[in-house]
Design a protein around this ligand. Sequence first.
Ligand SMILES: N[C@@H](CCC(=O)N[C@@H](CS)C(=O)NCC(=O)O)C(=O)O
Length: 189
Amino acid sequence: MFIAEKGIEGIERVLLDLNAGDHRSAAFTARNPIARVPVLELDDGRFLAESRAICTYLEGLYPEPNLMGVTTEERAFIEMADRQVELHFMVMIANCIRHTHPGLATLENPQFPDFGASQGTKVLDAARVLDARLADQPWMAGDRFTIADITAFCGIEFGKLAKFKPADQGLVHLAAWRDRVAARPSAKL
Ligand SMILES: N[C@@H](CCC(=O)N[C@@H](CS)C(=O)NCC(=O)O)C(=O)O
C-alpha cells in the first residue's frame, strides 16, 4: 500500500505461501533469518526486512508524496502515531487471530486461545482510543494521510478474520475513517 501511495513502479513482487512454509526455506532465511515477510531486495544485493525500515528507505528514495513527515517534529509525531497503532493495535489483532483462528495454526504453533481472546478484548480498548482520536482529527497522525493510516488500515483489514468491524462496535469515527482509507486506489490492490 505504501508503494502504491508513492506511485513507485518497477518493484517486482514475489509472493510466498506462508502456510506452505515458503518463508522457512533456506533460500528465504538467507534473505531474512527471522523468517518473516516482507523483505526488499536492493539493487546491490542486500536484503532489507521490517516493513517500517523498508518504508523509511523508500520514503528517502521517493520523497513525494510524503508519508512519514517532513520536519523533525512532524516525523517524530507521525512515528509516534504509527508505532502506537502498530504495537498497541495491529499486534494485538495479529495475536488474537494467530492464537484463535484455525487457519493460523500452522504459523502459530502452539496456539494459546486464552491469550488470543485476551488480546481481542484489548483490541477493543485500543480501538476506542483510536475512535476518540478520530473524533478530533481526520487521520491517525493529524490532518493528513500518513504511514500511520496505512498501518492501522492493514490492522483493521486483518481484523476481519476475527470478525472485528468498527461499525459493529459503534465506533463511528473509526468506521468512517476506515471507509475513507478503503476508498483510496492503494487500498484496492
Ligand atoms: N515486524 C515485522 C513483522 C513481519 C511479520 O510478522 N510478517 C508476517 C506476515 S504479515 C510473517 O511473515 N509471518 C510468518 C510467520 O508467522 O511464520 C514487519 O513489520 O515487517
